[in-house]
Design a protein around this ligand. Structure first.
Ligand code: PEP
Ligand code: CO
Length: 468
């Protein structure tokens, strides 16, 4: 099947997408095209790309703008200290892992972490998957060389294949349609799981079935026992609430491949304003957050809640300029700043930024990404992270906010629901020698199921202290 140009559509890309948009709105949506865009694939065939984008622009939105507005309100509540954000999922989703068991395992891990946080710290948890669209990756080098052959680096399944062959590594626009389709089916299953009974709080025990005994699980079992008792008490007392049976679960990914993100932008019929409908929340990565770059330009014109990653070289001036550009009116919940400083830098670098934002006065939602500043190479050459560094960065993040009197509103992490061996440490200790046993990631190392739970307990303790 030729998925790049079905039904022989001849309509131009712009005409298709924005027939409802006035000239001014249209100019804003397309403004990114005049700005430098980093980390874009060199598509070999632009005609095929255009036809594909034209097709994508006719497809139904993956999310509804009203849902993004709801999430924005929840992000605003988190920014005020009334909720806590839990964003998690793969570094890079793959088409091959778009399977019910894998998706279920990741959703379950996020739900279990959320239960630990909700029960442990008595705050509502805003659950967001790095899922249903996280198919594109910026790479530190555009090419990779093995045995004298140089090929384009793997940029995520939305762009090219991981296999080290010229054919696989050549960017193929049909993959954008496949990314859309895999996003749609992932999101469909997430919606089914989270509203169809799987997320029922009376099932907290079942979520841990099949995992072997270890200290993090014993702790989870004890907590699940307490929740069970509380649920039985509420039932006996006549409390029955739909919110115990279903959860709101939102999608997010890095807005990297801009033509795809443009093709997924729609004018919301309720408000006449543009929304990116490929996910509820989009973020700008550390490598593409230049003020005058195309990524910042694009997300400045959509109404979704958005995030920006901030690495250790970020200056207070840059943060203020990002707020000016991305949230000039100071709309609560619009802008999430995701600090990824590294355990050794967080206490030195973050305070200045937090103080600058506090002085500015416009609200932001501060989230920590304790993964990307703590990546190391093990002696066997595998890319890894130490759980203790990850936890240390989280502690540092909380300490900085405690000092500043501001609220640490959430965590952004890379995890999988499976029993992989990618991150060093944990109560079921993974050491350099065992790292290779179940090292499955194509890009960054992820917390496994048990390490994720261990982290949730630590965050719940920090949060409890912070709120005390
Ligand atoms: C990521 O989130 O996978 C990523 C590439 O992060 P950063 O932009 O913070 O480096
Ligand atoms: Co990553």
């Amino acid at each position: 099947m030729d998925i790049s140009a079905p039904h022989g559509s001849k309509t131009t890309r712009i005409g298709h997408m924005f027939e409802d948009a006035d000239q001014e709105t249209l100019a804003r949506i397309l403004a990114w095209r005049d700005k430098p865009a980093k980390h874009q694939p060199a598509w070999p065939n632009t005609e095929e790309l255009e036809a594909t984008l034209s097709y994508l622009s006719t497809l139904p939105p993956l999310v509804f703008a009203g849902e993004s507005d709801q999430l924005k309100e929840k992000m605003a509540a988190a920014g005020r200290g009334e909720a806590f954000v839990l964003m998690g999922g793969d570094c890079a989703e793959t088409f091959a892992d778009c399977r019910a068991d894998r998706i279920r395992a990741r959703v379950r891990t996020v739900l279990q972490m959320a239960v630990v946080l909700t029960y442990g710290a008595s705050v509502p948890v805003v659950k967001i998957g790095r899922m249903a669209g996280q198919f594109a990756k910026p790479r530190s080098s555009a090419t990779e060389t093995y045995g004298g052959t140089t090929l384009t680096s793997y940029m995520g399944d939305a762009v090219n294949g991981h296999e080290f062959t010229e054919e696989a590594r050549t960017p193929d626009p049909r993959r954008l349609v496949e990314a859309y389709q895999h996003s749609a089916s992932t999101l469909n299953l997430i919606r089914a799981f989270t509203t169809g009974g799987f997320a029922d709080l009376t099932k907290v025990h079942e979520w841990n079935k099949g995992f072997m005994a270890n200290p993090a699980y014993a702790r989870y079992e004890a907590l699940a026992g307490q929740i069970d008792r509380a649920m039985r008490f509420m039932k006996a007392a006549g409390v029955s609430d739909e919110s115990f049976r279903t959860v709101d679960f939102y999608s997010s990914h890095e807005a990297l491949i801009l033509p795809y993100e443009e093709a997924m932008t729609r004018i919301d019929s309720r408000t006449g304003t543009p929304y990116n409908t490929s996910a509820h929340l989009l973020w700008i990565g550390e490598r593409t957050r230049e003020l005058d770059g195309a990524h910042v330009e694009m997300l400045s014109h959509v109404r979704n809640p958005i995030g920006v990653k901030l690495g250790p070289t970020t200056t207070a001036q840059e943060v203020r300029a990002l707020i000016d550009k991305l949230n000039p009116m100071g709309e609560p919940g619009r802008l999430t700043l995701i600090a990824r400083m590294g355990a050794s830098r967080v206490c030195e670098v973050l305070p200045t930024l937090v103080e600058a934002v506090k002085a500015d006065g416009r609200p932001v939602t501060w989230v920590t990404d304790p993964m990307h500043g703590n990546t190391i190479t093990a002696s066997n050459g595998l890319k890894t992270r130490r759980l203790e560094d990850i936890l240390a960065e989280i502690r540092g993040f909380f300490a900085v906010h405690r000092e500043a009197g501001t609220y640490p509103a959430g965590i952004h992490i890379e995890l999988t629901g499976d029993d992989v061996t990618e991150v060093l440490g944990g109560s079921e200790e993974i050491v350099e020698d065992t790292l290779g046993e179940r090292y499955m990631t194509l890009v960054d190392p992820r917390l496994n199921h048990q390490q994720s739970l261990e982290m949730a307990f630590l965050v719940a303790e920090e949060l409890q202290q912070h709120l005390a």
